[in-house]
Design a protein around this ligand. Structure first.
Ligand code: NAP
Ligand code: GFB
Length: 323
């Protein structure tokens, strides 16, 4: 009989599958490895559509999780967010309300839900830190998704205040890694450009980078993020969110990302910028000071190595990847 049942919603996606990889490969009993008495359950929408309260309730009654890492969400890059603002707002609010309320009803001991650094106000002093989430409007390109995610922080405080629930949240920066969504249109920038560069190399077609290439981003490797979620599950019990990101000094431009992908893909052609397409938010530099001070430091995978590993995974899994 397991002492704890850890339910990972969104368990088959980019971040969920990274957590499964770490739990399966780190030495048992180590800081990020599986512990004795733990049962880890990774679910996708096949096990239940979490935007439906009845299916959510059924899932929680089936697994009776003691802990939940709540990753399930309608997720997409800049262009998908710009196009479907109401859908991102409503679907994610439904999913989040159902998961938190089912966790409350089934007395789940702890829930960590997932925000994103895009929830921060677009006009605020930098660096972004955990105290600034609600100090202004998010960038208009993803205000639907951003507001849905910000509400999770509000819900967590309300559950804590009224019921003493141990519901908290994580604020990851842009994530990339194996098993990402590599669709050409709806994906985030790194998987989108990896796929575009792969096709340019294979078919000698143009490699087009959207926007000006000037915006700046921080990127965290999914396997590193997975370790931070496992740390937060085991060692952090405050309602306030924690930013899970590489340092502010790791900001790179979209052009630098494109150049790194060209390198990793061993592509010998040229690329051009399609400046008719949006740049989105110029930058969202997040501080990881709180995280590092609580963890006593963390060794992030170097960006170029993480990118090379992701490109390798994509090329080897092209036929089954989400494209
Ligand atoms: P992903 O690869 O698209 O995975 C999303 C997961 O959510 C999938 O397992 C999907 O299951 C599940 N899901 C979606 N709608 C669902 C529904 N209605 N009912 C049940 N499950 C549903 O996304 P990801 O990048 O891993 O994102 C995980 C979390 O990290 C999200 O909360 C996202 O907002 C957050 N985040 C991501 C990034 C990033 O750059 N990727 C950055 C910051 C924060 P199916 O495959 O069965 O649909
Ligand atoms: O990852 P991304 O789509 O989202 O990055 P955000 C968008 C930036 O990359 C913009 C440029 O400056 C785009 O012009 N870019 C260049 C591309 N080529 C491409 C491409 O082929 N695909 C894409 N997608 N971008 C998202 C939020 O913002 O951040 C989400 O919309 C989520 O809600 C995510 O929070 C983490 O970083 O701009």
């Amino acid at each position: 009989m397991a002492d704890s049942v850890i339910l990972v919603t969104g368990g088959t996606g980019l971040v969920g599958s990274a957590i499964k990889h770490i739990i399966d490969t780190e030495p048992a009993g180590s800081r990020f490895g599986k512990r004795a008495g733990e049962r880890w359950v990774f679910v996708s929408s096949q096990e239940g559509d979490l935007s439906d309260p009845a299916q959510t309730k059924k899932l929680f009654e089936k697994y009776k999780p003691t802990h939940v890492i709540h990753l399930a969400a309608l997720v997409g890059g800049l262009f998908k967010n710009m196009k479907y603002k109401l859908t991102f707002l409503r679907d994610n609010m439904l999913i989040n309300d159902n998961v938190l309320h089912s966790a409350h009803l089934t007395q789940t001991k702890k829930v960590i839900s997932c925000l994103s650094t895009c929830v921060f106000p677009d006009k605020v002093t930098y660096p972004l830190d955990e105290t600034k989430i609600h100090l202004g409007l998010p960038h208009e390109s993803n205000f639907g998704y951003a507001h849905a995610k910000r509400m999770v922080d509000v819900q967590n405080h309300a559950y804590k205040d009224q019921f003493g629930s141990n519901f908290t949240s994580a604020i990851p920066t842009n994530v990339f890694g194996p098993n990402d969504n590599f669709e050409l249109e709806g994906s985030h920038v790194i998987p989108g450009l990896i796929h575009k560069c792969y096709l340019a190399k294979k078919n000698s077609t143009p490699f087009v980078v959207s926007g000006t290439g000037k915006p700046l981003r921080q990127f965290i490797y999914s396997y590193d993020l997975a370790k931070l979620f496992i740390w937060q599950l085991r060692e952090y019990d405050d309602v306030e969110p924690v930013i899970l990101s590489v340092g502010e000094d790791e900001e790179v431009s979209i052009k630098e990302v494109a150049d790194a992908i060209v390198q990793a893909m061993d592509f010998h052609g040229e690329y051009t910028f399609d400046t008719t397409r949006a740049d989105g938010q110029f930058r969202k530099p997040a501080s990881n000071k709180k995280l590092l001070s609580l963890m006593g430091g963390f060794e992030f995978t170097p960006f170029d190595k993480a990118l090379k590993d992701t490109v390798k995974w994509f090329v080897e899994n092209y036929n089954t990847a989400r494209t």
